[in-house]
Design a protein around this ligand. Structure first.
Ligand code: BES
Ligand code: MN
Ligand code: ZN
Length: 499
């Protein structure tokens, strides 16, 4: 879908469907009021009849009967005026764009939802970015493996920005960069295990990197062994598909630029290994590469936005299967930094491969390490799908992650990293073991990864509860959400001024 910005007045725009916002109990204002006037008060009558009340993301479709160029006007609810923010605009844009596509629109007209009425708390630029993200993400669908593709498609969205067009145009472009990175992440995360094993994930990452003008290095199994990544190799033993270790590099060009390492869990399918998972719902475990997907998406966007710091995307990739040579409970592996891990449960494989990966990030001189992973079922119990968990060894970095998330509409809730939790994963046989028991499972899982960052400032994001949705949300159609991609991009921007 193309997306462009014009200064046209909404009622006269040559589009198929025109989208305008309505706040709860606020009557018709801004673009909605202008459209209403052109339609002889017809929209006001819809409101009086109670067909739309302005509840968040509620929509109503009105047939214009040729009275304005647009065949349909879609009114979309923005909720209470005093709670209006960019996230609400993003959601409303997603909901409206999908309805428009369902009704056959090919050209979509988006008014500046939330910023078309003075004093509404969202700036025209923020609204522009949110509109682009909401529409592009809401319209996402994955039909790679369908012989017959959906025919209904929106070819072009026009943001009708009036006098704000000059400020809105770059923001819409920025929204497109954020959204395209997230779409890339979704497409990688949702792809079946047989279509995207580690070899092909590495090829996809390399294609993205080269396309974006980034450096990329892919270690094969022999090189992984040479490097001493015994934990990654241990997990990979259960599969015929060889592992890969992917490093994508963005260089800002500044000689003394600090390095941010984004480390993504790339389990292309998690069957649990010898500690095999129950079969019910196991197909979902193809999304265990969602952390890797978010990192690849973020690197693409970072290459386009060019923040003033260096960034390395680091991805350990393997399947976790119970093949005949698979590692077994009780096995001990030696990681890149020399520490040994007793593998109690082969299904706690994310922390194993991330141990090697964050140790690598520390070794290449990262100033900050941020790992992102679908790490634990425990975080689903703890936070459900409303927030990801964050913890780390540096309060300031954890706070930066939370602020970056809040800038882009992704919630990260902090968990404590008390020293005492570390007792739970002490081992009689090795330096540590890979599980800390059921209590505080998300915390011990994270802290085990933290054992390998050395003195580096580090934050861990557990996205197991938010990486996937079974039902449609306004800009998150069912399936992979791409969660974390936009936060990582924003985090790189926020850290650019620091360190
Ligand atoms: N990939 C899973 C975690 C997961 C659960 C992701 C639900 C997405 C949705 C991870 O590798 C895993 O199996 N974790 C175990 C750890 C346990 C054995 C300590 C878990 O959470 O059960
Ligand atoms: Mn697992
Ligand atoms: Zn896993």
């Amino acid at each position: 879908m193309e997306i462009r910005v014009t200064g046209e007045a909404p009622p006269t725009a040559a589009v198929d469907a025109l989208v305008a916002g309505v706040c709860k109990d606020a009557g018709l204002q801004g673009a909605a009021a202008a459209a209403d006037q052109a339609l002889g008060g017809a929209l006001g009558r819809l409101l009086e009849a109670g067909e739309i009340k302005g509840e968040p993301n509620q929509t109503v479709l009105f047939h214009t009967d040729g009275r304005i160029p647009a065949r349909h006007v879609i009114l979309v609810g923005l909720g209470p005026e005093d709670k209006l923010d960019a996230e609400q605009v993003r959601q409303a844009a997603g909901a409206a764009a999908r309805l428009a596509r369902d009704r056959g629109a090919r050209r979509l007209g988006l008014t500046l939802l939330g910023a078309d009425v003075p004093g509404r708390g969202v700036s025209p630029a923020d609204a522009g970015q949110a509109l682009a993200e909401g529409a592009l993400l809401g319209l996402w669908r994955f039909q790679e493996h369908k012989s017959k593709k959906e025919e209904k498609e929106i070819d072009e969205a026009v943001v009708l920005a009036g006098g704000d067009a000059a400020a809105v145009a770059p923001a819409v472009e920025r929204g497109r960069v954020f959204a395209e990175a997230t779409v890339l992440a979704r497409n990688l995360a949702i792809e079946p295990g047989n279509k995207l094993p580690p070899r092909l994930l590495a090829e996809a990452a390399a294609r993205v990197a080269v396309g974006a003008g980034l450096e990329v290095e892919v270690f094969d199994e022999a090189r992984i062994e040479q490097e001493g990544m015994g934990a990654l190799l241990g997990v990979a033993r259960g599969s015929h598909e060889p592992p890969r270790f992917i490093v994508i590099r963005y260089r800002s060009g500044r000689a003394d630029a600090p390095l941010l390492a984004l480390v993504g869990k790339g389990i292309t399918f998690d069957a649990g290994g010898i500690s095999i998972k129950p079969s019910e719902g196991m197909e979902e475990m193809r999304m265990d590469k969602s952390g890797a997907a978010a990192v690849i998406g973020a690197m693409q966007a970072i290459a386009r936005l060019r923040p003033d710091l260096d960034v390395a995307g680091v991805i350990p990739a393997t399947e976790n299967l119970p093949g005949g040579r698979a590692q077994k409970p009780g096995d001990i592996v030696r990681t890149l930094n020399g520490k040994t891990i007793e593998v109690i449960n082969t299904d706690a494989e994310g922390r194993l491969i991330l141990a090697d990966a964050v140790a690598y990030a520390a070794k290449i001189g990262a100033r900050w390490i941020v790992d992102i992973a679908t790490l634990t079922g425990a975080v689903v119990i703890c936070l459900g799908s409303q927030a990801a968990a964050v913890l780390g060894n540096d309060e300031a970095l954890v706070e930066e992650v939370r602020r970056a998330g809040s800038d882009v509409g992704e919630r990260f809730w902090p968990l404590p990293a008390y020293e005492e939790y570390k007792e739970q994963y002490k081992s009689h046989m090795a330096d540590i073991k890979n599980v800390g028991g059921r209590p505080a499972g998300t915390i011990t899982g994270g802290l085990i990864i933290g054992e390998f960052v050395g003195e580096t400032s580090w934050a861990h994001l557990d996205i197991a509860g938010v990486a996937w949705h079974d039902k449609d949300l306004p800009y998150k159609p069912r399936g992979a959400t791409g969660f974390g991609t936009r936060t990582l991009i924003r985090l790189a921007e926020r850290l650019a001024g620091q360190g």
